[in-house]
Write a protein that binds this ligand. Structure first.
Ligand code: SF4
Length: 360
């Protein structure tokens, strides 16, 4: 039978746990750029970047992004194209679209000051319980839980909890536990310490239990079952889509690029002509499809290579080509012929950047 939160915490030494965890964090924490001050805007940006992306990957993006948009107002006033370009390569673009919308609202409604109220902050676009807890606790010292997959892994080991962490109800249970054990003297370091422990010590495959600052509190370690936790059911395998794409150059040396639709996967990013929505069976059918859809005559075509990209719910496999073409129609807002220099100003998904690199 599963224990309730009260039973779980019955013999747990909360004060000692807080002390051991926070003391370790204060001596061992990594020197990360968003930890240099408590600017809520920068902490918010870093938390959004860190969702689904590793710290090492995020660091250079964070520096570049903050250099370009040093304040909330500067981000709120920027054009979407410019913002997407600064995010190019980080993936999960709905994150930045939502953040952009949310900071515009903060500028308008709250005079550019990130609200410290849970109700106001969590009602902003793209802001879920994790981001709310992280930003409010780290920037404002408010004792709100910030529970993501890493924190659930750590806590399911410390408390020997076998609930499936893929379920929403399990996240709620962990939020409930954190709200009972969080330090009210230092919620900022407490939440960051849990995240840091998950990143450095209580790692998914080989937790370093012998170096762990909270080992004496850990029930999974005491039972020798730390590697069996957390319990997580697997989601559906991602769907695989195979299609073709082509880098086309006209006589002037310009390249044809296309803007993706404003909704859906990789919305508003740019790409090369392709048959993603109705994959063709062979090269001949592909040439016909591209010629009609993009109003071009393809004069030559040569294979560049195969490229693959894994999204959370879909895997793209692209056979990429290059070719020379004659344009039958001038470009417009969504289909443009651009010089190679101009091409660099447009934001492309990673897989199309790789195709471009192979083309070059
Ligand atoms: Fe994780 Fe091991 Fe520490 Fe327990 S003792 S919290 S399993 S690293």
């Amino acid at each position: 039978m599963k224990e309730n939160v009260q039973q779980i915490l019955a013999h747990f030494h909360i004060k000692q746990f807080q002390h051991d965890l926070i003391h370790w964090f204060q001596t061992e924490q990594r020197d990360l750029p968003w930890r240099k001050d408590k600017d809520p805007y920068k902490i918010w940006v870093s938390e959004v970047m860190l969702q689904q992306t590793r710290v090492d990957t995020v660091i250079p993006y964070f520096y570049h992004f903050i250099e370009k948009f040093p304040t909330l107002d500067s981000l709120a006033e920027a054009e979407e194209e410019e913002v997407l370009k600064a995010w190019e390569g980080l993936g999960y673009y709905s994150r930045i679209r939502h953040l952009h919308e949310a900071v515009k609202e903060v500028k308008e409604k709250y005079g550019g000051c990130v609200p410290a109220s849970k109700e106001q902050f969590s009602s902003l676009k793209g802001v879920g319980p994790y981001t709310t807890g992280a930003v409010l606790s780290i920037a404002y010292g408010i004792p709100e839980p910030a529970v993501d997959g890493n924190v659930m892994r750590v806590l399911s080991r410390i408390f020997y909890i076998t609930d499936d962490i893929a379920k929403g109800s399990t996240r709620k249970k962990f939020e409930n536990i954190v709200s009972k054990i969080i330090s009210h003297d230092n919620p900022s370091d407490f939440n960051q310490a849990l995240m840091e422990l998950g990143a450095l010590v209580c790692t998914p495959k080989n937790p370093s239990c012998f170096l762990c600052p909270v080992q004496r509190h850990c029930r999974a370690f005491a039972e020798g079952v730390e590697t069996e936790l957390p319990v997580k059911t697997k989601g559906k395998a991602p769907k695989r889509i195979s299609f073709r794409a082509i880098v086309l150059m006209n006589k002037k040396g310009n390249i044809l690029i296309q803007k993706r639709p404003p909704r859906g996967l990789l919305a508003n990013l740019w790409q090369f002509p392709n048959d993603e929505h109705a994959p063709t069976r062979n090269d001949e059918a592909f040439v016909k499809e591209i010629s009609e859809r993009y109003h071009v005559v393809i004069r030559s075509m040569e294979r560049i290579g195969s490229f693959e990209h894994v999204f959370s719910h879909v895997v793209w496999h692209i056979e990429a080509y290059k070719g020379n073409a004659l344009e039958l129609q001038m470009g417009d807002e969504t289909n443009k012929w651009v010089t190679i220099d101009e091409l660099k100003q447009y934001a492309f998904p990673v897989i199309y950047q790789k195709i471009w690199q192979a083309y070059e």
